[in-house]
Design a protein around this ligand. Structure first.
Ligand code: SF4
Ligand code: SF4
Length: 645
């Protein structure tokens, strides 16, 4: 049962669409993620510290590193071992999720190569050939289809155990690759690192917490420079390299007089065919026959980011909006693939006419209608799903439809190719702007929503402080949606940036906050960082860059943070990971990694303080490069305040 009313909802989010929909959910007795969090409180202190373990049947065990309770589990594992094992398992789960997504796209490329699909094709032959060259695949005199087959075969090796090094990691600067060699963290095979992580964390295998965490770095790197990068690169080959375009965001993108279909999850394979099916004249005619003015698609989470970047499909919201989108009463179908889809959505949907349609056999949801997605019959399945949604329009209850806000315009689609294109084909203008100090540096603000943080506050306040101080912000995932809803992803937002960054953005006609895509597209940030470092002949860790995940919740975010730091980029987390039960692990992550990877983690929930930490870091990097720099100690560190939850 909802517990807050009226202005109390403002404590949960900074966005008006959330407040208004929470009000309705409260009135109608519909439970949301915030209500369920309240029911879980107080959450387990041992789990928060990372010192609980249930990986064998001698347990479950809890150790009490700061009290008089047991200091060891039944097997003798202490807090350091238990925390490191738990963290490695989180990294492996996140890396596996991204990488399995990459595998699905790779299998689709293989089907295209074998001519076994009626719907997918090579949309970007130039990118296909560039990738083929990286993998040593012969292209002369070969058709796109032949190259696709050969490249897919080679990339499948990336998942196996024959390689000593993942080929895409060869994009990193030589100095970075040497660090990975020296520390034994160069990723070999994607599945290999993930399976080894599970092996090492079984009772009685790797009991050296440093050794466990180094494998965590290798597992994360197999995601960043492996599985996720494959997902991004091959999605571009199949569906197109994103280019700048305008669209809109928030629940206002839903339309009161059209069939609304929400695309939720992560994998663009299905959403691409839904986009095509929704434009089918037969479907549009059917919608009209049912009394609707048309068919309106809207995204959620990272499937939304994929179709937004490539097709300009509007975005209904980020992670915490998935239940609230249904509460508008205007959604005929929520089509889900996998990852970040709360099982709660089918319960919410029962209160409305909304059909939740699950599509991947590896991701079923009790209460959802399951239509098994087969890429070989993509078009037919796309039409089947859209037809179901359209036919459901007559079940809508008009009196319950409430669309709370007007949509916010956004400019999206800044792939690395698009950014370099905007700069005239070379990083020189960006590098020069950084050298001159017009742009102090760049920060990737990425990751999720988490109901423990006031929705979007962490993302938006951090981003505002950074751009005000002439730091270019690139965004992905739900962080991108937060910033878009806040009006920071339009060229006019250059007015909110400092004079230097603002002038550069105005000259180029771009926003100061560049949308680089979905969660797997964090690899675009890696590629851009590597390109800048290679251009300057330095390692990534020398650049005035940082990462931030102010509202993360997902194991995937842990894997991302891990590969970003192991790639040399200082990263600030807004939510503490479950490691504080081991002061040794905390010291390694926040200090010791500097000597290993030239970068560390920091944890800072207050976005004002996070901005100050990042600004200080960027000025230190500028000084080390011999660029004009501010005295980091003169950047004020605001007083710590407890953020309202
Ligand atoms: S592995 Fe050790 S600490 Fe973990 S549950 Fe088993 S006995 Fe307990
Ligand atoms: S940013 Fe986080 S919540 Fe959002 S789609 Fe990605 S993993 Fe899921």
């Amino acid at each position: 049962m909802a517990t807050l009313g009226g202005n109390g909802f403002k404590r949960r989010s900074i966005t008006s669409d959330t407040w208004q929909m929470l009000e309705i959910a409260h009135r109608e007795g519909i439970e949301t993620v915030w209500d369920r969090l309240a029911k879980q409180e107080p959450q387990c202190g041992y789990c928060n510290l990372g010192t609980s373990c249930r990986i064998c049947a001698m347990g479950p065990c809890r150790v009490d590193p700061f009290g008089d309770g047991p200091q060891k589990g039944v097997c003798g594992a202490d807090a350091d071992i238990i925390v490191a094992r738990n963290l490695l398992r989180m990294i492996a789960a996140g890396a596996s999720s991204h990488s399995d997504h990459g595998r699905d796209i790779l299998e689709t490329l293989h089907r295209v190569g074998e001519g076994k699909t009626d719907v997918y094709k090579i949309t970007e032959p130039g990118k296909l050939r560039r990738l083929a060259a990286e993998y040593g695949v012969e292209t002369d005199g070969k058709s796109d289809q032949q190259i696709a087959a050969a490249l897919a075969w080679e990339m499948m090796e990336d998942y196996g155990m024959r390689r000593k090094k993942l080929p895409l990691a060869g994009r990193a600067p030589k100095a970075r690759q040497e660090i990975w060699e020296r520390t034994g963290t160069f990723p070999r095979g994607i599945d290999r690192e993930n399976v080894e992580a599970l092996h090492r964390t079984h009772m009685g295998v790797d009991n050296d917490w440093v050794n466990l965490l180094l494998h965590g770095a290798r597992t994360g790197l197999s995601d960043g420079w492996g599985g996720s990068m494959i997902a991004t690169e091959l999605s571009d080959v199949l569906f197109g390299v994103p280019t700048p375009k305008t669209s809109s965001m928030n629940l206002g993108v839903l339309k009161a007089d059209e069939v609304n279909i929400i695309l939720h999850g992560h994998n663009p394979m299905l959403s691409e065919v839904i986009v095509a099916a929704a434009q089918d004249p037969e479907m549009i005619k059917l919608a009209e026959e049912k009394g609707a003015q048309g068919i309106n698609l809207a995204g959620l989470c990272c499937t939304g980011n994929e179709v937004l970047m490539r097709k300009g499909i509007p975005m209904a919201g980020n992670h915490l909006m998935q239940e609230l989108a249904i509460v508008t009463g205007a959604v005929e179908a929520m089509i889900v693939d996998y990852q970040c889809i709360m099982p709660a959505v089918t319960e919410t949907a029962k209160c409305y006419h909304t059909k939740v349609i699950s599509t991947f056999d590896k991701a079923k949801f009790p209460g959802a209608e399951h239509i098994s997605f087969d890429p070989a019959r993509g078009r037919e399945i796309g039409v089947q799903i859209v037809r179901l949604a359209v036919e459901n329009y007559t079940n809508r209850v008009p009196d319950r439809v409430f669309i709370p806000v007007e949509p916010e315009p956004v400019m999206v689609g800044f792939s690395v190719e698009a950014i370099l294109g905007a700069l005239g084909g070379t990083p020189d203008p960006l590098v020069n702007a950084i050298k001159e100090g017009k742009i102090r540096g760049a920060v990737g603000v990425v990751g999720c929503n988490n109901p423990k943080i006031r929705q979007d506050l962490g993302h938006v306040e951090l981003t505002k402080r950074l751009i005000e101080n002439d730091i270019l912000v690139v965004v992905t995932g739900c962080a991108a949606v937060a910033n878009g809803k806040a009006g920071l992803m339009v060229p006019e937002a250059a007015e909110k940036a400092g004079g230097g960054l603002g002038a550069v953005c105005k000259a180029l006609g771009i926003p100061p906050v560049l949308h680089m895509g979905s969660c797997v597209d964090n690899t675009r940030i890696l590629v851009l960082a590597a390109a800048l470092a290679n251009h300057l002949g330095v390692d990534i860790s020398a650049l005035p860059l940082a990462g931030a995940a102010p509202e993360w919740y997902s194991e995937k975010a842990v894997a991302i943070g891990c590969y970003v730091v192991a790639s040399g980029i200082y990263t600030v987390l807004g939510i503490a990971p479950p490691v504080f039960g081991s002061p040794n692990v905390v010291k390694l992550l926040t200090q010791g990694l500097q000597d290993v990877f030239g970068a560390t983690f920091a944890v800072e929930p207050d976005p004002e303080r996070a901005a100050a930490l990042i600004r200080r870091h960027i000025e230190r990097k500028r000084a080390a490069l011999g660029l004009p720099a501010l005295d980091p100690e003169k950047i004020a560190m605001p007083q710590a305040e407890l953020l309202p939850v």
